[in-house]
Design a protein around this ligand. Structure first.
Ligand SMILES: [Zn+2]
Length: 109
């Protein structure tokens, strides 16, 4: 029996919840604090998640070291990512560090 996750516990930490082969396999809906890794853990391509800001826009960051800029998944669960995520949108900027499953907003956001 499927349980609804409307009350996904806020204390849950960010983590990689699934690995998919291609960006087209990434689910349309992502649960809060859950990221999807595209590729494999040894050959990661992308990390996809919904931004922790209020707009929850989708963020797709490159994990392939052959392409720059590239990010590095230090830990999958809870999630640690380097360097910081810096997304610039029209009228706003989302700049934060994902460390040990928590979001640390930088002062420039
Ligand atoms: Zn955002």
């Amino acid at each position: 029996m499927a349980k609804r996750h409307l009350n996904w516990p806020w204390w849950r930490k960010w983590r990689i919840s699934a690995t998919v082969a291609s960006v087209y396999d990434a689910p349309d809906r992502l649960r809060r604090k859950q990221a999807v890794l595209v590729g494999t853990l040894t050959h990661p391509k992308w990390l996809i998640f919904n931004c922790p800001c209020r707009r929850h826009h989708r963020v797709m960051i490159n994990l392939n070291p052959a392409q720059r800029p590239a990010w590095n998944v230090v830990k999958t669960s809870p999630l640690t990512l380097t360097p910081s995520v810096d997304e610039t949108l029209v009228g706003s900027r989302c700049h934060y560090i994902v460390h040990n499953g928590r979001i640390h907003w930088t002062s420039s956001s």
